[in-house]
Design a protein around this ligand. Structure first.
Ligand SMILES: *[C@@H]1O[C@H](CO)[C@@H](O)[C@H](O)[C@H]1NC(C)=O
Ligand SMILES: *[C@@H]1O[C@H](CO)[C@@H](O)[C@H](O)[C@H]1NC(C)=O
Ligand SMILES: *[C@@H]1O[C@H](CO)[C@@H](O)[C@H](O)[C@H]1NC(C)=O
Length: 560
C-alpha cells in the first residue's frame, strides 16, 4: 500500500487561513462588471474542489474497501462560508474524484445548529466512525462532540451515515469555554483504551484536552491536557506517531519501532497551523516537545495559505473578494495530498506530493547544465505551463558573495522576504522560477531562494513565493510567503525546487519538501495559453540549472 498514512486517517484539515499582514484592499466590483477573477481559465484543473460553491476543511479522511473517502466542510447553497456541513467524495487514487451525496447534515438535537469539523477513526473491528463537532443551541455556538457510523458497512462507498442515540459523546465540563471546544482528532488506542483530543482555550492558553474510552461511547476527560501553550485557541488538533527512520506512515495507534510524535494545531487568531515534534507517555498522558521553545519558534506544514489538520490535505481559500467568489460560484480548493515523514535529523517533517499526481504528467521539456548569469533569465519553452509540474535543481556557486544574515529576522522569514522581494538584487540569489508569467513579464509570480551567510559563515536559505506582481493593476490580497529551508547547501552545493502550477494556485516544495508554500494567484494576462515559465537569477553571481524538467499536466476527474 503506497500510503499507509491515509489508512490511519492522518490528514490535514485546513480551516481558515490567515496570512500575516495579508490585508485585503480589494475593491468590491459592481455586479454588472464581472471581475477578471471570474474568468473560467482561473479555475484549477487538478486540485480538489467540488463543481461549485464554498469548501473549507478536509474532514475525516479514511480508506475503506479500496476507496479513499474525503469529507469536507461545504456550503451546498453558495460560494460563501454559511451553514457548512459534511460533503463526501471518493477516489481510487486521491487524484480523480467522484462526488457522493452529503454525508452529515444537522439532524439531531446535538448538531441541529451546525455540523463542524472532525475526524475519522477505524475501530478495532474495521468499522469507520466519524467524530465531529455539533452546535446544539441557536444563540451561542455551544460546542459538543458527536459520532456517526455507517448505515451499511458492506457498502464500500459508505453512502449513508447514522447518528447513534447516545450522542453527544462529549460535552464541555463546567469551567471550560463552551464556544472554544471543537475539532476532535483521530483517536488512538493503547492498552485497551481509546484516546481522542479536543481543542480548546483556557485563559489565552491553547489546550489539547484528552478524553479516554474503552467502548468509544463513554468518554472521560484525563486530568491534564496532553499539552498546552500560551498562543490562543487550538483548532483542528492532530496527534500522530512518525518513525524515526524511513518514510513509512504509521497508524495513530502504532507504537512499534522507534517513534516520535507530532502535535499539530491551527491557531485561531494567527490563522495558520504549526506543529512540534516530541515524546508521548501514554501512562502520564502527556506530550513533551523536544524543543521546549517549539511552541514559539513555530514549524509549519506550509508557509503559505495552508490552515490544516493532519498530514496530507490542506485547504487553501481564495485571495479575491467574497462578492467575486459569489460571482464565479466557487471558493476554496484543497492542496495536492502530501506524503509526510520525519526528516532524518528528527527536527522537522518532510512533505512531498503523493506519487499518484505524476499520472497526470504529459508532454515534457528538459534543460540541463544551463548557466544563468546575474540579472538574467531564460524562458522554458515548448509546453503550456498554466497547468504544469516543474522540478528544478540549482547548483550554487560558493557563498562568498552571500549577503550577511541579520538575526533580527530569525523568526520572521516572511518579513525578510517582503523586504527583499524577488526583484531586489542580492548576492547569492534571488534565483528561482517565474510562473504564470506574461510574455513581457509585467505579470509574474516568483518562487525563489535567496541565500545569506550567518556570523560563522554558515548559509541561511530563505524560500519565498512573491505574488505581488501576479495580477497587473488589480488590488487583490497578494501576500508574500516565506520560510527558511533546513538544507546544508554548502556541502551539497545544490538546492531543488518543485512547483505544481494550476491556473490560480502555485504549490511549491523546497529542498525535497523541507519547506512548502502554497499560494493563490490570479493573473489577468498570463492566463491559459498566455502563461509562460522562466528561470531567473537576480543575484550577483552565476547560478547553474543542473537539471530542469517540466511537464504539462492533464486535468483530473474532479467531482463531475
Ligand atoms: C481567505 O482567507 C483570508 C485569511 O483568513 C481572508 O482575509 C480572506 O478574506 C479570505 N478570502 C475569501 C474570499 O474569503
Ligand atoms: C449494503 O451494501 C451492499 C453493497 O453495496 C448492498 O449489496 C446491499 O444491498 C446494501 N444493503 C442495504 C440494506 O442497503
Ligand atoms: C470564550 O471564548 C470566546 C472567544 O475567544 C471569548 O470571547 C469569551 O470571552 C470566552 N469566554 C470565557 C468564559 O472565557
Amino acid at each position: 500500500m503506497w500510503n499507509p498514512l491515509w489508512v490511519l486517517g492522518p490528514w490535514l484539515l485546513l480551516l481558515l487561513l490567515q496570512l500575516a499582514d495579508g490585508s485585503m484592499e480589494a475593491v468590491v466590483p459592481s455586479p454588472s462588471v464581472p471581475s477578471f477573477v471570474t474568468n473560467p481559465l482561473l479555475r484549477t484543473g487538478y486540485h480538489f474542489q467540488p463543481p461549485k460553491n464554498w469548501i473549507n476543511d478536509p474532514n475525516g479522511p479514511l480508506y475503506y474497501k479500496g476507496w479513499y473517502h474525503l469529507f469536507y466542510q461545504y456550503n451546498p447553497k453558495g460560494a460563501d462560508w454559511v451553514n457548512t456541513l459534511w460533503a463526501h467524495s471518493v477516489s481510487r487514487d486521491l487524484i480523480n474524484w467522484n462526488v457522493l451525496g452529503l454525508a452529515l447534515e444537522p439532524s439531531i438535537r446535538s448538531d441541529q445548529y451546525g455540523v463542524w469539523s472532525g475526524s475519522a477513526t477505524i475501530l478495532l473491528d474495521g468499522t469507520p466512525v466519524l467524530v465531529y463537532t455539533g452546535i446544539d443551541r441557536p444563540d451561542t455556538p455551544y460546542q459538543v462532540q458527536n459520532v456517526a457510523i455507517p448505515k451499511n458497512k458492506s457498502d464500500p462507498l459508505l453512502r449513508e451515515w447514522v447518528k447513534p442515540d447516545y450522542n453527544p459523546i462529549i460535552v464541555p465540563d463546567s469551567g471550560m469555554n463552551v464556544t472554544q471546544f471543537r475539532d476532535p482528532s483521530t483517536a488512538w488506542h493503547i492498552d485497551g483504551q481509546w484516546r481522542i483530543l479536543v481543542g480548546g482555550e483556557k485563559g489565552s492558553h491553547g489546550q489539547a484536552y484528552v478524553y479516554r474510552s474503552t467502548d468509544f461511547k463513554h468518554w472521560v476527560r484525563a486530568k491534564h491536557p496532553l499539552h498546552s501553550a500560551i498562543n490562543g485557541m487550538w483548532e483542528c488538533l492532530d496527534f500522530f506517531p512518525v518513525l524515526m527512520q524511513g518514510k513509512k506512515g504509521l497508524d495513530t495507534s502504532d507504537q512499534s519501532g522507534r517513534v516520535k510524535y507530532v502535535l499539530k494545531s491551527s491557531l485561531e487568531k494567527a490563522r495558520y497551523d504549526y506543529y512540534t515534534i516530541g515524546t508521548y507517555n501514554s501512562r502520564t498522558e502527556r506530550y513533551v516537545p523536544d524543543d521546549l521553545n517549539g511552541d514559539y519558534h513555530r514549524l509549519r506544514y506550509d508557509y503559505g495559505k495552508f490552515y490544516a489538520r493532519r498530514v496530507l490535505v490542506g485547504w487553501a481559500n481564495e485571495s479575491d473578494t467574497v462578492p467575486d467568489d459569489i460571482a464565479k460560484g466557487w471558493s476554496g480548493i484543497h492542496a495536492i495530498p502530501r506524503k509526510t515523514w520525519l526528516d532524518p535529523g528528527g527536527k522537522q517533517l518532510v512533505q512531498w506530493p503523493i506519487e499518484e499526481v505524476e499520472q497526470l504528467r504529459r508532454k515534457s521539456v528538459s534543460v540541463t547544465n544551463k548557466v544563468v548569469k546575474p540579472r538574467n533569465h531564460f524562458e522554458v519553452k515548448g509546453l503550456e505551463t498554466y497547468q504544469a509540474d516543474v522540478e528544478v535543481s540549482f547548483e550554487i556557486p560558493n557563498l562568498e558573495r552571500a549577503e550577511p544574515f541579520d538575526h533580527a529576522f530569525s523568526n520572521d522569514a516572511q518579513k525578510l522576504c517582503r523586504m527583499k522581494g524577488a526583484d531586489n538584487k542580492g548576492g547569492v540569489g534571488p534565483f528561482g522560477l517565474w510562473v504564470l508569467a506574461s510574455a513581457n513579464l509585467e505579470e509574474k509570480t516568483a518562487v525563489f531562494f535567496r541565500i545569506f551567510r550567518d556570523g560563522h559563515g554558515k548559509p541561511v536559505v530563505l524560500m519565498c513565493t512573491d505574488p505581488t506582481k501576479s495580477s497587473l493593476g488589480h488590488d487583490l490580497d497578494k501576500p508574500t510567503y516565506a520560510g527558511f529551508v533546513n538544507a546544508d547547501v554548502s556541502s551539497s552545493g545544490e538546492i531543488s525546487l518543485r512547483s505544481l502550477i494550476d491556473h490560480s494556485v502555485v504549490e511549491s516544495f523546497g529542498a525535497g519538501g523541507r519547506t512548502c508554500i502554497i499560494s493563490r494567484v490570479y493573473p489577468s494576462i498570463a492566463v491559459g495559453q498566455n502563461a509562460h515559465l522562466y528561470v531567473f537569477n537576480n543575484g550577483d553571481v552565476d547560478v547553474k540549472v543542473s537539471r530542469l524538467k517540466a511537464w504539462e499536466m492533464e486535468s483530473s476527474k474532479m467531482n463531475n
